[in-house]
Structure formats: structure tokens, C-alpha cells
Design a protein around this ligand. Structure first.
Ligand code: CS2
Ligand code: MN
Length: 363
């Protein structure tokens, strides 16, 4: 058994962040950053020079860049429009450009229109910290209202997957998805994956889909990566390890019907989890509805057993990349909701502690 995980930390880039690479370098156990290029419009090729410069910048700070989150998928690919082939060619070129500078895993998602959805980005916890929260009653019927709230509540930072230019056309986006049901979306995902797999194999770059957040339909839009069956379908539909998963424990557990531990065990054993997002959530009204907030990582602060989560990865031979997921805002920090420095650093320390305990117990 080869238990090698690589601890990483998401970083949005010097012009998009207050958090510096020097700060990340000082978090014990962090080996690499998970990078992105938020300024490149969805669908365009990531230029080779830009990739080279980013990798150099990260490596000059003693860190590695082997994971990208995300190279987002153009809506024309998700909808299955004829123009998708052009965007798929672009995607393949981006894969080649990334591979050339050492990128090994690309995280992406296949959610129509929106990336993750929360009702409150500044939910106040009794201990004084603030966090992301989802309460169904606070999700407006009109998605435009949600967008307006988001544009006010993000402290001037662009949220991942919520590109303002794209979402300015939210009505148009809903229009183009009107005939896309779950089956159609699945078909379009398989079309995309089959088209890019030869490039991934050639370049040794693994794709890792992020589950839908929350893992059920919102605003009548189809969602297809929600539970064990969906992940099993995905793995079988394109049966190669290059077609893999970003297992986000929070997103999966947001549907209490999902057995997050069993899912982690199964897909780690199947060699399909290339990237793990480890976070805890706290159900607000268990048994009544699916409302939750994103708690501190520590088990006792939320509803998930984080020891079992890390154990499921560890004991089943996980060798991928791992990162703490969203953190709360603590110690007066302000920043991109979910992506402050302090609480995520605490998450790293905690996950590393669990991992070390498991390692030593196993010997
Ligand atoms: C989410 C997503 O996991 C997360 O942090 O905030 O934005 C996630 O990065 C994307 O869905 C992956 O494509
Ligand atoms: Mn996640």
C-alpha cells in the first residue's frame, strides 16, 4: 500500500488575492497550490506563456502547481450546441499547454448556468465567525435576485464559477438550457469526455469532476453528479482512470441521503478520486430539511465525522491531491467568501493531524 497524499491550498493568483504564496508556504505540510486563471473567458485557450509564468511564480516560492481548479466548461458544450466542437478543441489545447508545465489534474464541474449555490455568504455563527450557509427558504424564485445578492456580498472578489460577464446573460443562459434534461446533459458530458480522453492520456493529465453543489436540482436546472449512482455511471460511461473525480465531502454530504464515507471508500478503491476537497458541514434542521452551514473542519463543530472521512481515503490507498475546502472568516479576516487564509490553514493542520495518526496506527 502506498499512502501518499499531497496537501494543497487553493490560490486564485496574485492579482485576485490578498493571500500571498509566502503565507501559504508557511502553512505546515502544504506542498502545492491549486491554481486557476479567472481572467481568461470560459472557452478560450489558456496561453502557454501564461501557464509557464504561473508555474514559475509558484515554484519560485517553494511550492508546486500540479492541480488546476477549474478549467471551466463552456455552456455550448454542456448544452450540446454545434459550436461545442470548437470549444472542445480549445479545451484540448489548454490541456496540452498545462501538461507541458507539469499539471497533473484538472478539476471541473458540469453544472448548468451556476456553479455552487448558497443562500448566505456571511452567516453569523455564535462564536463570532462567519460562514457560507444554505437555507432553502432564502433562495429566491428568481435567480437574478440571487445574483444581485452575490454581487453585493463578495467583498469585491469574483467568486469561482460566477463570472459576472457570463451571468449578465442569465436569462439567455436559462433559454439555451430549456431543452436540456438530465439525459441530454449526461450525453453531452460523455461526448465531451470521449473527445478529450485521448489528449488526457497522451499528456498524462487526469480530469476530476466536482460534484454538484448542492447535489440536487435548483431553479429547475438538471444536475447529474449528485450521488453514488451518478459517480458510478460517470466512471463506467468513460472507463479510464483519466476520467476521475474531485470528491468534495461537503457537496456530497449536503444531501443527507448520501453516505459520504461509503462513497469515499468505494471510489478511492476504484482509483478514481484524484483530488479530495475535505470540509465539514452542519445540518441546521436534521430530519426536516437539507439546510446546512459550512462549519469549521473539526468533527465536533459539524455533522460529519472527519476522522472517518480521512480514514476512508487513507485506508483505501488514496494517492491524490487533497485540500481543505471552504473555511469560515475568523480573527477579523475579510476576503473572498469561503477562501480566507486562517480557517483553511487550520483545516490543513487538522487534516494533516488525522492523516499522521492514521499512518502511525497502521504501522
Ligand atoms: C466550489 C466550486 O469546491 C469549491 O470550492 O466553490 O467553485 C468548485 O471550485 C467548482 O465547482 C469546481 O469546478
Ligand atoms: Mn468543493
Amino acid at each position: 500500500r502506498n499512502n501518499l497524499m499531497e496537501m494543497t491550498f487553493r490560490w486564485y493568483g496574485a492579482d485576485q488575492e490578498k493571500i500571498t504564496l509566502d503565507q501559504i508556504r508557511e502553512i505546515p505540510g502544504v506542498k502545492g497550490v491549486v491554481g486557476c486563471m479567472m481572467d481568461i473567458p470560459v472557452g478560450e485557450v489558456w496561453p502557454e506563456e501564461r501557464v509557464a509564468a504561473l508555474v514559475k511564480q509558484v515554484e519560485d516560492h517553494g511550492l508546486t502547481l500540479k492541480v488546476i481548479e477549474s478549467v471551466n466548461i463552456h455552456d455550448d458544450i454542456k448544452v450540446g450546441l454545434p459550436s461545442r466542437d470548437k470549444y472542445i478543441e480549445n479545451y484540448k489545447q489548454t490541456i496540452r499547454n498545462l501538461a507541458k508545465y507539469g499539471i497533473k489534474v484538472i478539476c471541473y464541474n458540469f453544472m448548468p448556468v451556476f456553479d455552487w449555490i448558497k443562500s448566505d455568504l456571511d452567516y453569523q455563527l455564535p462564536d463570532g465567525s462567519k460562514t457560507l450557509c444554505f437555507e432553502k427558504k432564502d433562495i429566491p424564485d428568481d435567480p437574478q435576485e440571487l445574483l444581485d445578492t452575490y454581487s453585493k456580498g463578495t467583498n469585491g472578489f469574483t467568486l469561482p464559477g460566477w463570472e459576472p460577464e457570463r451571468l449578465a446573460q442569465v436569462k439567455h443562459l436559462f433559454e439555451i438550457y430549456k431543452d436540456v434534461d438530465e439525459d441530454k446533459l449526461r450525453e453531452n458530458l460523455v461526448y465531451f469526455l470521449k473527445a478529450i480522453m485521448p489528449t488526457c492520456e497522451e499528456c498524462d493529465v487526469k480530469m476530476a469532476i466536482h460534484p454538484d453543489d448542492p447535489p440536487y436540482s435548483m431553479f429547475g436546472l438538471p444536475r447529474i453528479i449528485k450521488n453514488r449512482e451518478d459517480l458510478d455511471w460517470l466512471c463506467n460511461a468513460v472507463d479510464t482512470p483519466y476520467n476521475g473525480i474531485t470528491l468534495c465531502t461537503g457537496s456530497i454530504a449536503e444531501d443527507p441521503a448520501n453516505d459520504v464515507y461509503a462513497i469515499l471508500e468505494e471510489f478511492t478503491r476504484r482509483g478514481r478520486i484524484h483530488f479530495a476537497h475535505v470540509r465539514n458541514i452542519k445540518y441546521l434542521h436534521p430530519g426536516e430539511n437539507k439546510d446546512f452551514y459550512e462549519s469549521a473542519h473539526l468533527s465536533e463543530e459539524g455533522s460529519l465525522d472527519m476522522y472517518r472521512i480521512v480514514q476512508a481515503l487513507h485506508d483505501n490507498g488514496f494517492t491524490g491531491f487533497i485540500r481543505p475546502d471552504h473555511g469560515r472568516m475568523i480573527w477579523g479576516e475579510t476576503g473572498r467568501p469561503g477562501y480566507g487564509l486562517f480557517d483553511r490553514a487550520l483545516g490543513v493542520a487538522y487534516i494533516n493531524g488525522l492523516w499522521e495518526a492514521l499512518e502511525k496506527k497502521g504501522k
